[in-house]
Design a protein around this ligand. Structure first.
Ligand code: SF4
Ligand code: SF4
Length: 128
């Protein structure tokens, strides 16, 4: 490349707009159907554990007794198996990705309190 062509390329690059986006300040809109992170509507969950059993990477842990559902986002490979397995349609796949994390093993934890059960007439009040 001649010096003239080189200088022209350098000057052209200096005055033209950048070829890449200023991520993370400018985020590209996701394409439809992008396999992003898994979301849950925890109030619809019946803690049947089907999603956890179908997950090929054991990213989901369901605790029926504690009424909790958690996902390790670093284990998830966005295969969508859990979404398709859920009988209550409470799982969905977003088109956005999970935010970056610095610590391995962090989990997103969801918990839905047990519904209040009316006490039977004459029953002793609950302790605790
Ligand atoms: S999308 Fe796949 S890997 Fe991720 S939690 Fe669901 S089943 Fe597991
Ligand atoms: S399959 Fe659906 S209803 Fe069952 S535990 Fe998973 S999220 Fe909850």
């Amino acid at each position: 490349m001649s010096l003239f062509a080189f200088t022209k390329t350098v000057l052209g690059s200096m005055v033209s707009k950048p070829a890449t986006r200023m991520y993370p300040f400018e985020v590209r809109e996701a394409f439809p159907g992008t396999r992003g992170s898994i979301a849950i509507e925890i109030e619809k969950c019946i803690y049947c554990t089907l999603c956890a059993r179908k997950c090929p990477t054991s990213a989901i842990v369901v605790n029926k007794a504690a009424r909790s559902w958690e996902i390790d986002r670093l284990r998830c490979i966005s295969c969508r198996a859990c979404v398709e397995a859920c009988p209550k349609d409470c799982l969905s796949q977003l088109t956005s990705y999970s935010p970056a994390v610095a610590i391995k093993g962090g989990k997103d934890f969801f918990h839905h309190p047990a519904p209040k059960v009316a006490a039977a007439p004459g029953a002793a009040p609950a302790q605790g």
